[in-house]
Design a binder for this molecule. Structure first.
Ligand code: HBI
Ligand code: FE
Length: 296
């Protein structure tokens, strides 16, 4: 990547002024954020700070403090980068939004995390179908300070580049891993079940739903099980996968997945809401803990 962000043409759209070339790295246009932009940041930030107490994992809460983010104004990527680069060598880069998969993987493989520069409108406060600044920044950035998680993200990027070369099926399998860990993962900590997935952490409704609702399945992490499990992007998840530690995630991504992809082509995918015989299911409430469906 060149040292200077590439300047591109801009188009006037309903999202405001947006670059024409969606894969370009863009400078965060911080001085052009409106009062409304900073206000929606403040509203989302304050709401999530409250919801995440006792729900987000220890690492998310602790790391977030190190960035000194506040409801006052949208953070500057440059300020966050000073903290991040020193800690784990990751760098935030401004982008227009969702990137083509290979472009996204290549950034991660080089410890660059793409952050959408624009923030949602007030009418989208509860739900937006694509990543915006609040999701990317509030949701993803804190865990990039964790050395093990930081390495996992890079390993995922490298795995993505490989999977892309192998083919579409491999990419589907790998994308499910990202979805059920980085985006919608839960972690079992000493004080109970906690959230680490950025898609949850940036959503008030799902932060409560994933932990407190009796509806979803909470299943112990299993790499191949995850790679076979379909997902929906437009509803709360029907299944969450629970890790014991970030080391567990990192260890799971050490092997080369080529043989696993080949094996998975022989197996059916699993509907998002299903529970299988061998799943370890985490039960909340009285008698909190794991049960193995196959044991009953
Ligand atoms: N682009 N900016 C951005 N952010 C994402 O989270 C993202 C993406 N492109 C592709 C993508 N995610 C998914 O396909 C992840 O694997 C893979
Ligand atoms: Fe995300």
């Amino acid at each position: 990547m060149s040292a200077q962000p590439r300047r591109v043409e801009h188009l006037q759209t309903d999202k405001g002024n947006v670059p024409v070339y969606t894969t370009a790295v863009v400078e965060q246009p911080w001085s052009s954020y409106s009062r409304e932009d900073h206000t929606i940041w403040a509203a989302l930030f304050e709401r999530q700070q409250k919801v995440l107490v006792g729900r987000a994992c220890r690492e998310f809460i602790d790391n977030q403090k190190q960035f000194h983010m506040s409801p006052q104004s949208i953070p500057k990527f440059d300020d966050l980068n000073r903290v991040l680069k020193k800690a784990t060598g990751w760098e935030l880069i401004g982008v227009e939004g969702l990137l083509p998969e290979l472009t996204f993987f290549e950034h991660l493989a080089n410890r660059r995390f793409p952050v959408t520069w624009w923030i949602r409108k007030p009418e989208q406060i509860d739900y937006i179908s694509e990543p915006d600044l609040f999701h990317d920044l509030f949701g993803h950035v804190p865990l990039l300070l964790n050395p093990v998680f930081a390495d996992y993200m890079q390993a995922y990027g490298r795995g993505g580049v490989k999977a892309h070369a192998i083919g579409a099926d491999a990419l589907v399998n790998l994308t499910r891993l990202y979805w059920y860990t980085v985006e919608f993962g839960l972690i079992k900590q000493d004080d109970g079940l906690r959230i680490y997935g950025s898609g949850i952490v940036s959503s008030k409704g799902e932060s409560i739903h994933c932990l407190e609702s009796p509806a979803p399945n909470r299943i112990g992490f299993d790499l191949q099980r995850i790679m076979r499990t379909r997902y929906r992007i437009d509803t709360y998840q029907k299944t969450y996968f629970v890790i014991d530690s970030f080391e567990q995630l990192m260890n799971a991504t050490q092997p080369d997945f080529t043989a696993i992809y080949a094996e998975l082509t022989q197996q059916e995918s699993i509907p998002a809401g299903n529970v299988l015989q061998n799943d370890f299911v985490y039960n909340r409430g009285s008698g909190e803990g794991w049960t193995n469906v196959g044991d009953v």
